[in-house]
Design a protein around this ligand. Sequence first.
Ligand code: IPE
Ligand code: IPE
Ligand code: MG
Length: 231
Amino acid sequence: MAGEKKLRHIGFIMDGNGRWAKSRNKPRAFGHRKGADTIEKVLTECFNQEVQVVSLYAFSTENWSRPKDEIDAIFDLLRSFLKKYTKTLMDKEIRLVISGDLSPIDKKLTEECINLVEKTKHFKEHVLNIALNYGSRAEIVRAVNLVKDKEGEITEEDLSKAFYTAELPDIDLVVRTSGEMRLSNFFLWQCAYAEFYFTDVLWPDFDGEQTKKAIEWFYGRKRRFGGIENA
Ligand code: IPE
Ligand code: IPE
Ligand code: MG
């Protein structure tokens, strides 16, 4: 694995919608709406640059602590995004994966998600992985429970296969907007050897150009995976 360069999987922690709205004296939902417009630009750039998988942190297991009207606004935006993006998923042959526990989520939205996941599951080249009601610790506990009755010792591979990301490569690059430098429970296992790109730009101001910059930065990194260069 040492020296492997290709950027196969980018994870975006889309942060800063609330601050973007606040600085304009607008409600937080306004920032989420503007933030939703960023998504398509970012995906277009990533897939044009031959990134295989893009993971988006849409809603964390901790985000339930927000006011109900904000939570409703986020889920409404997700529903409209999926509706609008369905044609692109089909035309560009992008597989949709949802990582997270859908059980507490509105049944209609859950059904729409499951239908799209099913309809796109044969696409191989590109994957859009949406982390929805996702928390890495919950995912790890879930995986342990799924494999615990296996005979013999549990291996890294057993756990990897029990994650929502079972069929996806590990994350190579994490991009977090809004100046925060933390993972906030985002794919802890899958980020074990990721590079981290932090920018002060708030998510609603992020775009294709900014994405390109992050990708260029990634290609300037020397990844050693514990080895030494030119070994
Ligand atoms: C990220 O923006 C979007 C979600 C968590 C869904 P925030 O809503 O966290 O924005 P800030 O961090 O409050 O500015
Ligand atoms: C992380 O952002 C979650 C998503 C982007 C969905 P948060 O805004 O919830 O994270 P913290 O609270 O700053 O750690
Ligand atoms: Mg935030």
